[in-house]
Write a protein that binds this ligand. Sequence first.
Ligand code: LLP
Length: 385
Amino acid sequence: MENTPFYFYDLDLLNQTLDSAMYATQLDNFHIHYAIKANNNKKILETIANKGFGADCVSGWEIEAAIEAGFPASSIAFAGVGKTDAEIAIALNRKIGMIHCESLEEILVINEMAQALNYRPQIALRLNPNVNALTHAKISTGLTENKFGLTVREFAELVTILDELNHVQIVGLHFHIGSQILDMTVFEKLSDRILEIVPQFERTLGPFTYLNVGGGLGINYENPTEGIIPDFEAYFETFRRGLAALNVPIHFELGRSLVGQCGSLITKVLYVKKSDDKNFAILDAGMTELMRPALYGAQHKIEKLGANHTENNLLYDVVGPICESSDRFAEGVELPELKRGDILTIRSCGAYAESMSLRYNGREAVGNNLKRTLLNTSLRMVKSA
Ligand code: LLP
């Protein structure tokens, strides 16, 4: 197979996953916004927009990409701890649905810029609820030690500047406590905290009409085939029960759970090398294409395409070509005997994989060429190989 490495996306699986998430919320006043940062591949954005999801954006570029892909501006929420003036201007000019604000200073800036445009955007306050997501430390965001959200102190101080805020409508709250969360009790705790905080909001800021509980639902990296569709029922049911006392629309920002399992990184074995006690499989993909293992110690299932995994297995360290020791996808993983030219698929790469790829070492942009437009052809190649 020529032209490796490339990202392959199974759009049928993506559609099934999206349908399953939609189905789990159909009877509720629940709105799912796709967190574009997980994967901003144009075809994927268009597929998700077509199904009627909203978008969760974290940069001006993402707002523009969302609109171009067909997400209505009114369905776009814009979050981020460090929005630039240029990005705020895009959000205001595009009249997006909601801006999630993370500091008092930011609210003042938005107020001033909105005043100059004679516009009064709706904003929600991102609060740090101090709930432990019980996930990897680098993807936890809801503890007071993290940089995200207004602190309890800033929330209290907001009252003192309310008179100055005539050009924003503060309509509700936003939370996001972390990612790759599989323990539903974490979301129960978040719901409990929300029920404590909402009355405080109403006392000082008036009617509460918007609640966004963020994203975070995890996927099965260990056994992707078994867990191919995440447990949306359990996730939404947790909030349905936990927040039953509230009578407002509830917004969700799911990234990984919507797109994670539909993508694989397809890569070729360049060389097989033996040391005294190890076999190295050196691939043509590295941390530049998929940085999750190097950055978080994340483990993705690696399979040899078309092989029967029960016979003649050997242990391999599967590494990339980049000049960094951390450029390693797996250590001591069992694989059928490998030789130069074999194709490997690295699974569960639909989220935070292509979108986090780098040009370090002068690497060509992965997937940013014909390969991306040949996705369906690639699927047939992958299946028939
Ligand atoms: N909303 C906010 C405010 C976020 O910061 C995130 C993710 C999401 C929603 C979507 O979360 P999800 O449903 O995908 O868990 N690069 C890391 C993940 C970083 C997540 C950043 N924020 C990784 O590869 O695991």
